[in-house]
Design a protein around this ligand. Structure first.
Ligand code: SF4
Length: 286
């Protein structure tokens, strides 16, 4: 096995593998840092990433008890102000629903699968008095992806799976049934249209088989099996493109977001065009 001892799988590493085996190999086995930008224009990309990080930080502070007025005074960017205003106006019912029992912000869960560890960092989980649990994930993308695409994301499979397998401490040690779990993707740029993805036993079983299969497959591969993706369009947004001789210039930031919004029939496993995970734009990495 090429993976280092104690390798921990996350949605990012698994998604990288599904998108391009070569990228997984370069990033997680060779640990190769490559000095390239993911998208152009660089400054706009960086600014946008920072705003996403700031939004996540502000929401976390707010959920930790810092008064909204104090946080509002820190906003000096029009786009961030819009997101923050939408959060304050439209997300309060989501984060403080009737019958809320407990709220957990920014926490990590992990479990073992196929002798490896799986790990996920959650933005927020809401435990309801009736036993339901809502996973909330803040998505600061400028375009909203189609639902089918979101449902196929590794995140949509891994987060509910891990919550059922390893989240008992959130509910006083009781086992969590898949039917108790739902996931909400909430977009501050699109406050009226959150995506709610329900979970159930069938999805849990399929998710377990899918994740096990992926991990098993990765463990069995030799160096030569980590081939480059045949979807060359993804390479424009991947930092390794010059190493792979798949171009020098980064793809355009706006175009990748357009692609995201227009993709009506997402292909299995497509999450990011190359290394540029545009759904994670501006979100806190871990
Ligand atoms: S440039 Fe293309 S082939 Fe190379 S690692 Fe990135 S996505 Fe894979």
């Amino acid at each position: 096995m090429l993976l280092s001892e104690g390798f921990v799988f996350s949605q990012s590493s698994l998604q990288d593998y599904v998108d391009c085996r070569r990228r997984f190999h370069l990033r997680y086995i060779l640990h190769l840092a490559w000095p390239a930008v993911e998208s152009e224009p660089v400054l706009e990309n960086e600014r946008y990433m920072q705003q996403g990080e700031r939004f996540h930080r502000m929401v976390h502070q707010h959920l930790s008890g810092v008064p909204a007025e104090r946080l509002s005074g820190l906003v000096d960017d029009v786009e961030l102000a819009g997101w923050w205003g939408n959060y304050l106006h439209d997300a309060q019912q989501l984060i403080t629903p009737a019958g809320l029992k407990k709220r957990y912000a920014e926490f990590v869960l992990s479990c073992s699968l196929e002798d490896c560890r799986l790990l996920a960092k959650y933005d927020l989980a809401l435990v309801h008095e009736q036993g339901q649990i809502t996973i909330v994930d803040w998505k600061t993308s400028r375009k909203k992806p189609v639902r089918q695409w979101l449902e196929k994301r590794l995140q949509s499979r891994l987060y509910p799976y891990l919550l059922v397998e390893a989240g008992a401490r959130l509910v006083g040690g009781k086992p969590i049934l898949p039917e108790q779990v739902q996931m909400v993707y909430w977009y501050p740029a699109f406050p009226d249209s959150p995506e709610i993805i329900c979970y159930n036993t069938q999805k849990h079983q399929e998710g377990a088989a899918y994740l096990s299969g992926l991990i098993n497959e990765i463990q069995r591969l030799d160096e030569s099996d980590f081939s480059m993706t045949s979807h060359t369009e993804r390479c424009a947004y991947c930092v390794y493109r010059s190493l792979c001789e798949r171009g020098v210039r980064a793809g355009n930031f706006d175009q990748v977001l357009d692609w995201l919004s227009e993709e009506a029939e997402p292909r299995e496993g497509v999450s990011s065009m190359g290394g540029f995970d545009f759904e994670q734009v501006g979100e806190i990495s871990f």
